[in-house]
Design a protein around this ligand. Structure first.
Ligand code: ZN
Length: 130
């Protein structure tokens, strides 16, 4: 596996990939799962779920809808970010007016005690961009 990977995901939220495309294999991810999801207007995920040990972050790219968390409905709109503990029961739906497109990032809870700011190493290098 290469030490880097790039894939365009803009097409993944549309047919024939919709409603869900996972980037784990495409990018060779080893520490998290990233998926692109699209729910048509008026459509909800047909199940409620929890996780054993993974927290999730939902990043709403386009549209609007709701996320149901342990029985409480929270409105969603483009630009919103929601973090959900593994044990929280969850479901999502698109509004009746428009589709809901979002990224879901899933990673083991407490797996990254070194936040990016502490994990990154600044190197003294000059880069020739072109
Ligand atoms: Zn999940």
């Amino acid at each position: 596996m290469s030490n880097k990977a790039t894939v365009s995901f803009t097409h993944l939220a549309t047919a024939p990939y919709a409603p869900r495309a996972e980037l784990r294999d495409a990018l060779g991810l080893t520490g998290c799962e990233v998926s692109i999801n699209s729910l048509p207007a008026g459509v909800a995920i047909p199940f409620v779920h929890t996780h054993k040990e993974n927290e999730e972050v939902y990043l709403v790219l386009e549209g609007s809808g709701d996320i149901w968390l342990d029985g409480v409905v929270h409105p969603l709109k483009a630009g919103d970010a929601v973090r959900v503990d593994p044990s929280v029961e969850r479901c999502m739906r698109a509004s009746d007016a428009e589709p809901l497109t979002y990224v879901c990032i899933q990673a083991k809870q407490y797996a990254t005690p070194n936040v990016t700011r502490k994990d990154g190493i600044v190197l003294q290098k000059e880069i020739q961009w072109r």
